[in-house]
Design a protein around this ligand. Structure first.
Ligand code: FAD
Length: 564
């Protein structure tokens, strides 16, 4: 066995939650080692949009948006009911904004507000119609030096030309580049930077979304002396007289011990890629139905297994076991598929989702977390769960469909691969997709009648600020509704998916792991998706996993550094 290592804090996992803990501890003067199972760092966070839900931020206040502790807590209470972990919710509400300020003052982390980004259920008490969700500013990957190549790339299906990132904040410019000069200039600049990058780098270095967040945290952590070891999973926790004192890791040179003088932080990103746990804990999978995670294959629930070995409690009774998203599967040249998460296109005007009977089953502009259970229910008696999102030529030209880009992007390859179905009539499209043609035609006739007036009598699409936020730019009176009447018509097939898990270990407001009798396990902290969602498996707004990942990562490190 190679020589053991020693540090103050050992962090397992290099996503947002692990880096938040590692960076804070390092800034507090502690000696930190971070170990990562994969050969790249950044975890699911690198695939994400990097959005954080942080109520009452400086950015919101500067935009004139006021918020209150009571408002935040009553919204969380209304969403999660008796599943809300009140202690953690209060710790979050009390600390989130000042912790974001702290990261911005002490590191490269930098966030901007998207003022119109409403909470997902704006009709609930305490909900905000905009001001709690922030996105990362683009970050220059070149400043990571040799580590740039080890940063997990974004999902391939969400990049352009095989490696150019498009930030959430760039999307409006892409959607209006054929109509507005300023948008065209913005997009042209992005392409130019990308072309230059590709002379020296394997992908674009203008990082946005979750890649930007991880790069900001990682650069700061490296500057503060955090040591990162890749391909080195924690396989076992070490204890002495009931206290966690380190871990056994399995690295390229074999097994070794890492002694942690103060604490071990588990930040292994939950279990979205664990087949066995999914089959037990996701109802539709337990019923034999299909499912596809968007999270990386390394997130197999190691943290939970390690915690369980020390009797740490797992909170299973969440409203939903995971954060759902409908995905389409994009065929790759090698015969595999890569999931594309459908966060936005469903909400646009002239897009509907139908089951195989040709019926709509939900207001398509509702959040992804709400969409999937409705899809599962609509397919209750079917052998698998799927639906199709359908639009016409006006829609696809303006907004694309799934991974197929809007004009002037190329649709041809997606039609050739069978990912997108195209037909001159809705009857032919229905036949291509295995949808009942009569059902689809009746659904579209009903939709078109209401859409002429900007209404959706059947499902009320476009009736709240969250839905309108994702609607078609500049369309009034209802940005989420338009007739589907200009052939050819297009469809893409969606199946249930997830972006991470909500079931996880029980922790307190300092992120200490709690055992089955509610007592802290000395020396053990759990953050990110390894910890149970304190929102009880509900999804109140954009950024509700990464906001808490930063906040509880920070609080864990603070508790460790003051001594415990
Ligand atoms: C497409 C997409 C978009 C998303 N957008 C958002 C968003 O905008 N806002 C938001 O809040 N959430 C978003 N999410 C969800 C969010 O990405 C996750 O909830 C979050 O990244 C989880 O962070 P984490 O630190 O817990 O885990 P991760 O970022 O997954 O990091 C965990 C790391 O631990 C490593 N690991 C696993 N086992 C071990 C072990 N035994 N030893 C050492 N390391 C180990 C893994 O390899 C991984 O690198 C999105 C997810 C996806 C897929």
């Amino acid at each position: 066995m190679p020589m053991g290592l020693e540090c103050d804090v050992l962090v397992a996992g290099s996503g947002a939650s692990g880096f938040a803990a590692a960076l804070t501890a390092a800034i507090d003067g502690l000696d930190v080692i971070m170990v990562e199972k994969a050969d790249v760092f950044g975890g699911t966070t690198c695939f994400s949009a990097g959005v954080i839900w942080i109520p009452g931020s400086r950015q919101a206040r500067e935009a004139g948006i006021s918020d209150s502790r009571e408002g935040v807590l009553s919204y969380l209470q209304a969403e999660a009911g008796n599943r809300l972990d009140r202690d953690k919710a209060e710790a979050f509400a009390d600390n989130a904004a000042s912790i974001l300020d702290w990261f911005e003052a002490n590191s490269h982390v930098s966030y901007m507000l998207s003022p119109a980004w409403s909470d997902y259920h704006p009709g609930q008490p305490g909900a905000s119609k905009g001001g709690r969700s922030l996105g990362p500013r683009p970050f220059d990957g070149r400043t990571l030096g040799k580590w740039f190549d080890k940063l997990r790339p974004p999902l391939k299906t969400t990049t352009i030309l095989g490696g150019m990132m498009v930030g959430r904040e760039d999307l409006p410019q892409f959607f209006t580049m054929t109509k507005k000069l300023s948008s065209a200039q913005h997009v042209a600049k992005l392409f130019l930077r990308y072309a230059k990058d590709r002379v020296s780098y394997s992908r674009g270095t203008r990082l946005s979304n979750g890649n930007a967040l991880v790069a900001m945290l990682a650069r700061s952590a490296f500057e503060r002396g955090v040591k990162l070891m890749l391909k080195t999973p924690v396989v076992e926790l070490m204890t002495e007289t009931g206290r966690v004192t380190g871990a056994v890791v399995e690295g390229p040179e074999g097994r070794r011990t890492i002694r942690a003088r103060k604490a071990v932080v588990l930040a292994c990103g939950g279990f979205p890629a664990n087949d066995e746990l999914r089959a037990r804990l996701y109802d539709h999978v337990a019923a034999g139905k299909n499912h596809r995670t968007v999270a990386p294959a390394d997130n197999t629930g190691d943290g939970i297994r390690l915690g369980r070995s020390l009797n740490v409690a797992v909170v299973e009774g969440q409203a939903q076991p995971a954060a759902w998203v409908p995905v389409s599967l994009v065929p790759q040249p090698d015969g595999t598929t890569i999931p594309f998460p459908h966060f936005i296109d469903r909400g646009k005007a002239g897009y509907i989702a139908v089951d195989k009977r040709g019926r709509r089953f939900i207001n398509e502009a509702m959040s992804y977390h709400d969409f999937v259970p409705a899809m599962v229910e609509a397919c209750r008696d079917d052998p698998d769960v799927h639906c199709h999102v359908i639009c016409d030529s006006a829609g696809i030209r303006a907004y694309g469909l799934g991974a197929a880009p809007p004009r002037p992007g190329r649709l041809g390859p997606h039609i050739a691969s069978g990912y997108i179905k195209r037909a001159d009539t809705l009857t032919e499209l229905a036949a291509l997709c295995g949808i009942d043609a009569k059902g689809l035609s009746q659904t579209v006739s009903r939709l078109n009648k209401g859409a002429a007036l900007g209404e959706d009598p059947e499902f009320g699409k476009g009736t709240d600020p969250y839905q309108r936020f994702n609607g078609s730019i500049g369309r009034s009176p209802n940005p989420c509704v338009a007739p589907i009447d200009r052939g050819p018509f297009y469809a893409v097939r969606l199946v249930p998916g997830d972006i991470g898990t909500f079931i996880g270990m029980r922790t307190d407001a300092h992120a200490r792991a709690l055992d089955t009798s509610g007592q802290p396990v000395a020396g053990l902290y759990v953050v990110g998706n390894d910890a149970a969602s304190f929102m009880g498996g509900t999804y109140p707004g954009a950024g509700i996993t990464l906001g808490p990942a930063l906040v509880f990562g920070h609080l864990a490190a603070r508790h460790i550094s003051v001594g415990n």
